[in-house]
Write a protein that binds this ligand. Structure first.
Ligand code: HEM
Length: 335
């Protein structure tokens, strides 16, 4: 399937311009109250229980519901997307599962595009259909591929931002307290700075998608022939001591925010404004609604999903009962 991440200019330039006309920072900013609502509804689902798996019950559904809503997928169909996204996440690497989920999502989105053509609405799919550049429009096929890549690129990445970010805070209780303090004080710039540092410190995308050399290159003393693949390890660049002082330290007040968590160059993340919004709202809500948040298992028991490009947890079991409410002998696990 052809989409933004696997094409070069001039096709990439044209498609990116068209989608940027529809997926504007203004549209994303106007979406904040809806992300707040979705976030709190998900937390309501487990807040009274005292414990939860934050990946399964929070980090996983939030981005799926958010992007479905932004695109204009009717609410009664959101759970289909949740199921397909689940198949993509849990059957990655196994034959058939991902392919079936991708096919169903694409089929659904193509039909939805036809319905929106007949019955336009104030949503991103309608904006994609209408987007034009010098009189050019996206074809139905291109609009479906675009909606799909927004879902695909914006889903697991955001799951991992919330998962890895929360884990980083759980492992650094003093920094979690600092962030809770700035959230409560309504200091949005400080919260945004903290989210950027969480992305640098343990970002969702470990390695950028494949690049191929156009001409002979020498990188780090290795010769690379034209056509050879090159994998850029974004996570290593973001912990480079030549670039960031004390790079292994999680410093939520770090002023240098020029990390590579959202990539670099022409394929720089198109969804960064949405990801930042979701990250800020999700982490702020977790910290304020669950003041006793802590890991429910030993960190050594946490399991990471396999895969070359992404870095994310399979599950994040947490406990958020008051310590006085814990049964005797059931002290929270140490970090
Ligand atoms: C924290 C969450 C996110 C992270 C860390 C992230 C990271 C990235 C990275 C590293 C790239 C570049 C990949 C490469 O160069 O090979 C990228 C591209 C992209 N991202 Fe994101 N992303 C996030 C969320 C989102 C969201 C929410 C959306 C949309 C809803 C999105 C849409 C895209 C698209 C469409 C591209 C391809 C752009 C192009 O090729 O021109 N991303 N993202």
């Amino acid at each position: 399937m052809t989409h933004l991440l696997n094409i070069d200019p001039p096709d990439h330039t044209r498609l990116r311009r068209l989608v940027s006309a529809a997926f504007t920072p203004r549209r994303v900013a106007a979406f904040a109250p809806r992300v707040e609502e979705l976030t709190h509804r998900l937390i309501d689902g487990f807040a009274d229980r005292g414990s939860a798996d934050l990946i399964h019950e929070f980090a996983f559904p939030l981005p799926i519901y958010a992007i479905c809503d932004l695109l204009g997928v009717p609410e009664e169909d959101h759970d289909d997307f949740r199921d397909w996204a689940g198949m993509m996440l849990h059957t990655a690497g196994r034959r058939g599962g991902v392919g079936r989920a991708v096919k169903r999502m694409r089929g659904y989105l193509s039909e939805l595009i036809e319905r929106k053509r007949a019955d336009p609405a104030d949503d991103l799919i309608t904006a994609l259909i209408r987007a034009s550049d010098h009189g050019e429009h996206l074809t139905g096929e291109e609009a479906a591929a675009m909606a799909f890549i927004l879902l695909f690129a914006g889903f697991e990445t955001t799951v991992n931002l919330i998962g890895n970010g929360t884990l980083a805070l759980l492992r650094h209780p003093d920094r979690m307290e600092y962030l809770r303090g700035v959230v409560r004080a309504g200091d949005e710039p400080a919260v945004d700075r903290a989210v950027e540092e969480l992305l640098r410190w343990d970002g969702p995308v470990e390695i950028a998608t494949w690049r191929f050399a156009r001409e002979p290159l020498t990188i780090g003393g290795r010769r690379i022939a034209p056509g050879d693949p090159v994998l850029v390890v974004l996570a290593a660049a973001d912990r480079d001591p030549a670039r960031f002082p004390d790079p292994d330290r999680l410093d939520l007040t770090r002023s240098d925010q020029q990390h590579l968590g959202y990539g670099h160059g022409i394929h720089y993340c198109l969804g960064a404004p949405l990801a930042r919004l979701e990250g800020r709202i999700a982490l702020s809500a977790l910290l304020t609604r669950l003041p006793h948040l802590r890991l429910a298992v030993d960190p050594a028991e946490l399991r990471w999903r396999g895969g070359l490009i992404m870095r994310g947890l399979r599950a994040l079991p947490v406990d958020f009962r008051r310590e006085t409410d814990l049964p005797a002998g059931n002290a929270p696990s140490g970090l």
